[in-house]
Design a protein around this ligand. Structure first.
Ligand code: IDP
Ligand code: MG
Length: 134
């Protein structure tokens, strides 16, 4: 068993589809072992996405991520990081496979409904960033 970190993004909380997304996560076999609804501060969002700070979409991404509350989650399962990336689907929903969260729910490449860690190291760091104090 391993863990990964997930965010249900503002486009999804705004549309009231967090339950539908959690249902897909659970049907995949991943277990939601922690979650909370929070509003990201600008500083938190900038730090969380600092790897993208030089990308042309960075400012828009930060404004999107702080526009509405998000649900931050810890998921557990076998090969959780890799598994959740598959369940999420490609970053751009136009390229996402049928049945993935992004294919089903994403509005566009930015408003793509979910975040999932892309490595075991990043999963640990991202979980610590949002849940360490608990
Ligand atoms: P990922 O979420 O699939 O790991 P990343 O490349 O790490 O994708 O990008 C982080 C987030 O930045 C994406 O999920 C999406 O919200 C946003 N993003 C990525 N590429 C673009 C783009 O080309 N235009 C606008 N937003 C983008
Ligand atoms: Mg990423």
């Amino acid at each position: 068993m391993s863990k990964t970190f997930s965010i249900i993004k503002p486009d999804a909380t705004k549309r009231n589809i967090t339950g539908s997304i959690n249902s897909i996560i659970e049907k995949s076999g991943l277990r939601i072992i922690a979650q909370k609804r929070i509003k990201l501060s600008k500083i938190q969002a900038e730090e969380f996405y600092s790897v993208h700070k030089d990308k042309p979409f960075f400012n828009e991404l930060i404004n999107f991520m702080i526009s509405e509350p998000v649900i931050v989650q810890v998921l557990s399962g076998i090969d959780a990081v890799e598994k959740y990336r598959k369940v999420m689907g490609a970053t751009n929903p136009e390229n996402a496979e049928e049945g993935t969260i992004r294919k089903l729910f994403a509005l566009n490449v930015q408003e793509n409904s979910v975040h999932g860690s892309d490595s075991i190291d990043n999963a640990r760091n991202e979980i610590d960033f949002f849940f360490k104090s608990e």
